[in-house]
Write a protein that binds this ligand. Structure first.
Ligand code: C2E
Ligand code: MG
Ligand code: MG
Ligand code: MG
Length: 287
C-alpha cells in the first residue's frame, strides 16, 4: 500500500480507491479473465429463525479476491458486471458454486439442511436461458429445487413487465423459492406484488437502524418495519429482516412477527467451513 509521502517515496496509484473511469474500465476489462482464473469466491451468511434461533437458509454472497486490490466486495463490481454483461456467466458460476455447496450440506444434514439463497441481477432475469440454466445446475449438482432460493431486488421486479416475469413463475413451479430483496427501498406496487410467484420478502437492513437503540428506538423505522411485516403476512409471505446487529433488534423483530433474521449479530458472511460450523450448531430440532 501507499507509503507516506516524502522524498524518495512514491504513492501507488490504486485504481479502486480512485474509482475513476479508467479504474472502472480496468476492473471491468479484467473481470472475464478473473472469472476464468478463479479469483471469485462465495461467502455464506446464515438466515436464522428468530424464535428458535435455528438456521433455515444461507445467503451466497460473491467476492473478488483481486491480485492487486485484495478482497473486493460486490458493491465494487456487480454494477460493472451488469453493464458489461459479465454478470451472466458470473451469476451462473455463483449459482453452480452455491448449489454444489448446498448439496454437500444437504448430504451431511439431511432434511434439516438450510436452503441456499442466490442473488439474481435483473440482467439474468432477462436471459432466455435462465430457467434452463437453473434446471441444469440443479440436475448437475443433485440439489433439490426446494433447497434453492433466488433473490431479486424489489426494483428489479417491480419495473418488469408482466410477461417478463414468466421465468419466475416457471422457477416457482419447479419448486425453487423466490424472495424479494431489499424490500421497502423501491416503490412497491401492491396489486402487482400480489400476483408475483414470491415466497418471501427481505426487509432492507437500512430500516434496522431505528430498532437498534433499546432506549429510544426510532418510532418511524419501527412502524415501517411493523407495516412491512404485516404487509408480507397479508400476502401470505414470510419475512426476513436483513442487517440484524443486536439481540435487542432480534427480539423486537420476533415480537413483531418477523420469522427470520440475517445479520452480523448471528454471523457475518463467511467461508464454507465456518458457515458449516454455524449450521451444525443451529440445526432445526424437529419434534
Ligand atoms: P444483499 O443481497 O442485500 O446482501 C446483504 C448485504 O448486507 C451483504 O453485503 C451483507 O454482507 C450485508 N450484511 C449482512 N449482515 C449485515 C449487518 O448486520 N449489518 C450490515 N451493515 N450489513 C450486513 P455484501 O456482501 O457487500 O453484498 C452487497 C450486495 O451485492 C448484496 O446485497 C447483493 O445485492 C449484491 N450481491 C452479492 N452477491 C451477489 C451475486 O452473486 N449476484 C448478484 N447479482 N448480486 C450479488
Ligand atoms: Mg460489502
Ligand atoms: Mg440478497
Ligand atoms: Mg438485501
Amino acid at each position: 500500500w501507499a507509503k507516506s509521502e516524502g522524498k524518495g517515496t512514491w504513492k501507488t496509484f490504486d485504481p479502486v480507491r480512485n474509482a475513476s473511469e479508467l479504474a472502472r474500465f480496468h476492473l471491468s476489462a479484467t473481470m472475464p479473465a478473473a472469472l476464468e482464473h478463479g479469483e471469485f469466491y462465495v461467502d455464506y451468511q446464515p438466515l436464522v429463525g428468530l424464535r428458535r434461533r435455528e438456521v433455515v437458509g444461507v445467503e451466497a454472497l460473491v467476492r473478488w479476491w483481486h491480485p492487486d486490490h485484495g478482497r473486493l466486495g460486490p458493491d465494487k463490481f456487480i454494477g460493472l458486471a451488469e453493464e458489461t454483461g459479465l454478470i451472466v456467466p458470473l451469476g451462473r458460476w455463483v449459482l453452480g458454486t452455491a448449489c454444489r455447496q448446498a448439496k454437500q450440506w444437504a448430504d451431511e444434514f439431511g432434511d434439516t439442511a438450510p436452503f441456499v439463497s442466490v442473488n439474481l441481477a435483473v440482467r439474468q432475469l432477462r436471459e432466455p436461458r435462465l430457467v434452463s440454466d437453473v434446471a441444469a445446475v440443479l440436475a448437475e449438482t443433485g440439489l433439490e429445487a426446494a433447497k434453492l432460493q433466488l433473490e431479486l431486488t424489489e426494483s428489479a421486479v417491480m419495473g418488469t413487465a408482466d410477461e417478463a416475469l414468466e421465468p419466475l413463475r416457471r422457477l416457482s413451479e419447479m419448486g425453487v423459492r423466490i424472495a424479494i430483496d431489499d424490500f421497502g427501498t423501491g416503490y412497491s406496487n401492491l396489486a402487482y406484488l400480489r400476483h408475483l410467484p414470491v415466497h418471501e420478502l427481505k426487509i432492507a437492513g437500512s430500516f434496522m437502524e431505528g430498532l437498534r437503540n433499546p432506549d429510544e428506538p426510532d418510532p418511524v423505522d419501527a412502524r415501517i418495519v411493523r407495516t412491512l411485516v404485516e404487509l408480507a403476512h397479508t400476502l401470505g409471505l414470510s419475512v426476513t429482516a436483513e442487517g440484524v446487529e443486536t439481540e435487542d433488534q432480534a427480539q423486537r423483530l420476533a415480537a413483531i412477527g418477523c420469522e427470520t433474521g440475517q445479520g452480523y449479530y448471528f454471523e457475518k458472511p463467511c467461508l464454507p467451513d465456518r458457515a458449516r460450523a454455524f449450521i451444525a450448531d443451529h440445526l432445526p430440532q424437529w419434534a
